[in-house]
Write a protein that binds this ligand. Sequence first.
Ligand code: UD1
Length: 420
Amino acid sequence: MDKLFIEGGSVLKGSVTVSGSKNALLPVLAAALLTPEKCVIKNAPALSDTNTMIRIIKNLGVQVEVEGSVIKIKSGNFKKFAAPYRLVSTMRASFCVLGPLLARLKKAEVSLPGGCVIGVRPVDLHIKGLKALGASIEIKDGYVCAKAKRLCGKDIFLGGAFGSSVLATGNIMMAATLAKGTTVIENAACEPEVVSLADFLNKMGANIKGQGSPTIEIKGVKSLGGAEYENIPDRIEASTLAIASAITKGEVTIKNVIVKHLSALIEKLEEAGVTVKRGKNFIIVKRNGSVKPVDVTALPYPGFPTDAQAQFMSLMSIASGISVITEKIYPDRFMHVPELNRMGADIYREGPYAIVHGVKQLNGAPVMASDLRASAALVLAGLVAKGKTEVLRVYHLDRGYENLDIKLTQLGAKIYRTKQ
Ligand code: UD1
């Protein structure tokens, strides 16, 4: 297991290129199970989550080849129709093989993903949607066992206690591509990753309209074919790098971004007194003055992303005043709060709110990464803290960031990776 040492105080300068999106890639890999023909996926980030998904797909008996950032999948023959607990439990996104397997093989067994440190994460919407398409579903020995002779299109309202669901929308959309008739998903997630999945499915021969809006219409087709896909840039990595520049009073050009995907973050950075210059596929993030306190609410897209909430809190922890951060998607996603407080931050959490009293200076300390985005928040805090920060359990970071420590080092940060 690795850990990171960060010597705070460096000002980040230069330019950095964002990798392909983890959250867009994972469901696209699952979508390749819908066709016996070859799919070629480009700009795939080298991450442990990517490897987990590949292991799940290979475990089904499917051929997968990886050449650098290109992944080729040919789902000609399946030896199995199950995704086991030992793999699914390490990454919830693997649950999205359920829809494609069911549509293609008429049966699927996928382990329930179980709990997660960022809060309760049920899969009721995935199950509700597949049942609506005519699947019979049983929960047996911790597995979701689904069967359907032929899925049939239906109007499905896919809203839960916390609104829309990104992966449930993807799962149902994938299953519906091969269903008989038309499916309409109401209250569909509008995230760019859903749009990219729909675009890939359409390249495979699906008939999907409305992606990016809350109503998605899928006209079922008899079969899908192979396709090539160019993965979109990772908007959360871009957001993390933008906050890294802002927190260190730096000036960083962040290349390979879709600027529109960053609107909510850019607006909040500007409110905080950070200058953001928008280019065609890059942004330049620069801070001169102090960080102003800004209230932020994490909401479904196009709102402020929950996956950047922890990192923004690190920035607010050195603001010149009080900010309130509200989490509307995962009300318990505040594992980073006690760790930031160990570094001298002054954050008080009450239910889904964190009240952040900005402090003049954070101090280096040993801290424990609890989850993917919390680890990134601690790295950001370490960049601006006085002295040395030791971030333990960085395997969380490696699940979702391709070489973040190397990229930050190239921008001037002092980060060292060692064995824990
Ligand atoms: C995806 C992202 C994750 C991001 C999240 C919200 C991937 C691989 N992961 O996760 O990084 O934080 O979107 O933007 O793309 N919910 C239910 N029932 C369900 C499913 C979800 O109540 O069946 C709830 C969740 O507990 C949560 C909310 O809906 O409160 C949104 O979750 P969801 O959009 O499903 O997250 P994921 O798709 O799992």
